[in-house]
Design a protein around this ligand. Structure first.
Ligand SMILES: NC(=O)C1=CN([C@@H]2O[C@H](COP(=O)(O)OP(=O)(O)OC[C@H]3O[C@@H](n4cnc5c(N)ncnc54)[C@H](OP(=O)(O)O)[C@@H]3O)[C@@H](O)[C@H]2O)C=CC1
Ligand SMILES: O=C(O)C1=NCCCC1
Length: 343
């Protein structure tokens, strides 16, 4: 499919066409071809699935981060086989996804032989959605859980100032008669990316998501971004999960806590320099339990109880639509991408 204008302000692109454009932009701004391929695929998947806060919206941020020298787009991840169930990767100040790609086969081999394996990625940057990291494991019959910490912008429940990142948690599990069960959520009441998008569109954010520079509740995204902060989802419960993410993604991997890095010497840098942890489980080790059938039964009962939308359903609907009509890109965003491809 070639880029076809859908109307005055949007353009439809095939997945492969978007990947090619993004790959070109990444290489143009200093990544190796290997890194560009991984990041472009990751970002195009997000756009395809309607995960706009982590789709092409992020490309100018990747570019300014690369141009600032904050991240090494040519880093070659170093994979270490640490123990029977533990793999460690030093991402070499590169992005986390190429580090995961480098360690993936060893991680799966260990999970299949020991029943469980942990991947700890440090010295890395994660600027994307987490579900593309976990979903493929469930497509292979494995259960995967991942956490990443991001930059300080969330006030812990009961505290006076921001300390945690928006710290997402993603989970994927196979099921018998459908796509894997996947959820991926920020532990803040709203992702930072969605606050930026609301600010750009001149929209307000939902109540209870953020505070201004005086700590007063606000629905003005600019007040949150300019000196204000976000709140955890679900009060003390989301705050506890966010604390857990700091421990698993930073303390356990050797990465930075959300408050431990300072990009002030790298103007334009946007990606946090933190850590990522993945836990992969082979459910077949619990012989005879038929995990995928049991998860299917859970889904069946949830639907029987009246549930209309499972986590992941909206993404799969968006994916099906993109596969039918192409990925719809906003005209201004496409212009910006083409400019970055030339710059
Ligand atoms: N790299 C980083 O440091 C960070 C990345 N992020 C990313 O930001 C993205 C967005 O996070 P967030 O805004 O919290 O995500 P959402 O609140 O939009 O969605 C969270 C999860 O809940 C599901 N969901 C949403 N609404 C419903 C509903 N009504 N019924 C059932 N399920 C529902 C979603 O499924 P569905 O997708 O189908 O809508 C998704 O799995 C994530 O991909 C996350 O990884 C966030 C913070 C930091
Ligand atoms: O949306 C968010 O929150 C973030 N996304 C990418 C990395 C920084 C935080």
């Amino acid at each position: 499919m070639s880029a076809t204008p859908v109307c005055a302000v949007t353009t439809s692109m095939a997945f492969s066409e978007l990947v090619a454009l993004l790959t070109h932009i990444f290489i143009r701004h200093g990544t190796s071809a290997e890194v560009a391929a991984v990041l472009a695929d990751n970002c195009a998947r997000a756009e395809r699935d309607g995960a706009h806060s982590h789709g092409v919206f992020r490309i100018p941020g990747y570019v300014s981060t690369l141009n600032s020298g904050w991240v090494d787009g040519r880093a070659v991840p170093q994979v270490e086989d640490v123990a029977s169930g533990f793999v460690r990767v030093d991402a070499g100040n590169g992005f986390a996804q190429p580090a995961l790609a480098a360690a993936r086969s060893l991680l799966v081999e260990k999970a299949r032989s020991a029943g469980i394996a942990v991947l700890a990625i440090r010295n890395s940057h994660h600027f994307a959605a987490l579900w593309p990291d976990v979903e493929p494991f469930a497509e292979e019959g494995l259960v995967a859980l991942s956490v990443v910490n991001s930059m300080t912008c969330v006030v812990p429940y009961g505290a006076d100032r921001p300390l945690f990142g928006t710290n997402p948690i993603a989970f994927a599990a196979p099921r018998a008669d459908g796509p894997p069960i996947v959820f991926d959520l920020a532990t803040s009441a709203i992702a930072h990316g969605d606050v930026q998008i609301a600010a750009r569109k001149g929209e307000r954010v939902p109540p209870g998501t953020g505070v201004d520079s005086l700590g007063q509740p606000t629905q003005d995204p600019r007040a949150i971004l300019e000196g204000g902060a976000l709140l955890p989802f679900g009060g003390h419960k989301g705050s506890a999960l966010s604390m857990m993410v700091e421990l698993l993604a930073a303390a356990l991997t050797g990465g930075n806590f959300s408050f431990e890095f300072d990009w002030s010497n790298h103007p334009g840098a946007k990606t946090p320099w933190t850590g990522q942890l993945l836990i992969v489980i082979d459910p077949s080790k619990n012989a005879g339990q038929g995990f995928a059938e049991r998860s299917q039964e859970l889904v069946r009962q949830m639907h029987a109880a009246g549930l209309r939308r499972l986590p992941g359903d909206r993404r799969h609907r968006a994916r099906a639509k993109s596969e039918e009509q192409g990925i719809i890109i906003d005209g201004e965003e496409l212009e910006q991408l083409r400019a970055l491809a030339q710059a």
